[in-house]
Every structure is written in C-alpha cells, then in structure tokens.
Write a protein that binds this ligand. Structure first.
Ligand code: AHG
Ligand code: MN
Ligand code: MN
Length: 359
C-alpha cells in the first residue's frame, strides 16, 4: 500500500494517482474543477438560513420532484465550474431534463460529467447533512452528441465520488485505485487527504432502509430486514442496529466509515418506478466508490455497475455496503425467484407473498 505522508492535498494526490493513466492530467484537472464547485456549494449550504437561499424554487425536475432553490444553485455552480475548460464534452444533471453539450471545439474535452448537485436536498432546511454525487465517463470517440453517449455501464466510469456537507465537508473519490477521503481545511481552502484507502468492514450489524415502505418491498428484502429486527432471538443470532438519514451520501458515508448495508430496493409503491434512486448519478457513482472500498453494490439480482442504462434519468433498486451482507441479500433474491425460500413466511402478512418481480 502506498504511504501518503505529510499534508497531501487533492491535486498532489491526483497527479500521483493518474500519472500512468491516458489523459490522466486532463482527468485530474476535471476532478480539481469538481472539487472547486464542491467548495463553493459547501460555502453556500454552510451559510444555512443566513444565505437566504432556503425554500422551494417553484419548479419541478424531470422526476416531478419539487426543486429547491439550493438544488438549482448547486446545479449552476457545477456547470459553471466545469463547462469552460476543455475537459468535458457534455454534462447530465438530475436537475436538467436534457444534457448540456459544450459546443465550441476549443472548449470541448474528452469526458462526460454526470451529477446529482444536491443529494438529500429536502433535508437542507432542517440542517441535516446533504451532498453532491458525480460520475465521470469517457466521451465515445464516435459521439453524436445525444443521450446515448451517456448510456454506458457503470463499470466504464473513469472516476466517481461524492461530497458530504456535514460538520466537516469531505470529498470521497475513486479513480479505480481504491477509495480515498479528503477533508476540507476551511481556513486554507484545501482538500487534505485524511482517509486514504478506505476499507468497508465485511462483517456488520447495521442496516439502513426507509421502513415506512416495508409493505411495498419484495419478500427477499422483507425477509432480510425481519431477520435483522429479530436480532439475537432469530436466525442471525445477534442484534442489529438501524439508521436512516434520508440523504444517500450521509448514509453511504457512515457505511464507508464503519460498515453496514444501505437499501432503497424495488418496491410496488408506484409500479411505474422500479426504485427510488437514479442509476447514472446516484447508484453508479456510489457503487464505484463502494466496490473500490471492498464492498458490493447490487440491484438484489445483478451487480449495479453491470446494468446497461436505457434512459438518462432511469431509476434502479439499490442495495449496497458490506460484502457478506450483500451476498446474503442477493441469495435471498435468488431463493425467492426460484421458489426455494419456502420456509419463509412474512410475519407482516402472515402468509407467503405472491409478489413476483420480472426477471
Ligand atoms: P435527492 O435529494 O437528490 O432527490 O435524493 C434524495 C434521495 C436519497 O438521498 C435518499 O436516500 C432518498 O432520496 C430518501 O428517500 P425517502 O424520502 O423515501 O426516505
Ligand atoms: Mn439524490
Ligand atoms: Mn438531488
């Protein structure tokens, strides 16, 4: 393992990590731009109510979700920091229906940037941690400047990460060489490497899920959660703890720090939606970060980063975290799909559910 001594700043770290990568300098430059945007968003969210930007914007995004003023400001900040510098060819944001294309040939670069500018934004007025999630892909050489350029499997990501605006602002990044955490030194303005080579513990006794949706989950997820809740009196023979912050970045950050499982699984609440979270700017970048930290990320049936995207704003079931638990949950899905989970009776309904998902 490489030892990082002294105060390693983000740019110094990236130059070292990317020195043997094609166009590594360009990728480092783009990541430094993302970090600059993150610092600006940190300053904005850090002002809280004093910033005068709380509240709804009076508009809705492509998902029909009400946009907050901070959603739109964070989106503009990301675009302003990354669109002029010859590094990106196009961008996709949760808050924009269509991609943004860099038109000028001099300013067009080789990368595509996809982002959720403010994750957990419904929490911001309550002063709960929020974040920014980003994914970087190579722009196809035969780009036609349409949505298909972005519809690449997650395993093709060249970099991904998130910022968390909590008591401290942190940036957690992977370029496919481990997952590394940087803390913003606010007085100086530098991101300093504080959490090199993050490794998720394989064994865990903590899960995160919005249990108000329990009646809409598929049986394998109901089975897993009911076994966790049964604790030492059930088949798991140990007690579990539960957390749900409702900001994906904050729940994921806790899992990176001390292990656990995060689930926003497929449910039947709205049959038109196969999940709550979005594949390109929530599931894939977080899956990359989690896998690079030794964890696993799945839909319950397949590895998230193997799912071929069909739509820019597509939703997907997300189950990720400590590897052993994800393997168990995937096994529960297989057993359910093959009818092999016969002894399992859902205690919520006192009968075996007839709910079956498509393959
Ligand atoms: P966003 O604010 O970008 O729309 O994302 C919110 C997401 C995610 O951060 C979180 O895990 C989930 O929504 C919370 O959903 P519930 O409100 O159903 O708990
Ligand atoms: Mn989000
Ligand atoms: Mn968002």
């Amino acid at each position: 393992m490489r030892m990082y001594t002294g105060r390693t700043t983000l740019s110094k770290f990236l130059i070292e990590q990317l020195q043997d990568v094609d166009d590594g300098g360009q990728l480092a430059g783009l990541l430094v731009d993302v970090a600059a945007a993150v610092k600006t968003i940190a300053a904005l969210t850090g002002r809280g109510a004093l910033g005068g930007h709380h509240g709804e914007a009076g508009s809705a995004n492509v998902h029909g979700e009400t946009q907050t003023r901070l959603d739109l400001l964070a989106d503009e900040i990301m675009v302003e920091h990354c669109d002029w510098n010859g590094l990106v060819a196009g961008m996709v944001s949760e808050e924009r229906d269509e991609p943004i294309w860099v038109q000028s040939e001099e300013q067009k670069g080789g990368y595509l940037l996809i982002f959720d500018p403010l994750d957990g934004s419904s929490n911001v007025a309550m002063n709960v941690s929020v974040g920014t999630i980003f994914s970087i892909l190579r722009c196809p050489e035969d780009s036609r400047q349409d949505a298909s350029d972005f519809l690449q499997v997650g395993s093709g990501q060249v970099a991904a990460g998130y910022a968390i605006y909590g008591p401290a602002t942190m940036l957690v990044v992977t370029v496919g060489k481990g997952t590394h955490g940087f803390t913003l030194d606010r007085e100086v303005g530098n991101f300093v490497l504080t959490h090199p080579d993050i490794s998720i513990p394989e064994e865990t006794s903590e899960f995160a899920i919005n249990t108000s949706n329990e009646r809409f989950w598929e049986p394998p997820v109901q089975r897993y959660v009911s076994e966790c809740k049964a604790g030492s009196t059930g088949v798991r023979k140990r007690d579990f703890n539960m957390r749900w912050i409702a900001s994906m970045v904050a729940d994921v950050h806790r899992i990176l720090m001390r292990g656990g499982v995060f689930m926003y699984p497929r449910d039947t609440k709205d049959p038109a939606k196969p999940g709550r979270l979005r594949l390109l700017y929530e599931a894939n970048p977080i899956a990359f970060v989690i896998e690079q930290a030794g964890g696993a990320a799945s839909t319950g049936r397949v590895r998230l980063m193997d799912v071929p995207p069909e739509l820019l704003h597509q939703r997907i079931p997300v189950i990720l975290g400590s590897r052993n638990e994800i393997e168990r949950i995937e096994r529960y899905h297989r057993e359910y799909d093959s009818g092999d989970d016969k002894p399992y009776v859902n205690p919520l309904f006192k009968e075996r559910s007839l709910f079956r998902a498509e393959a």
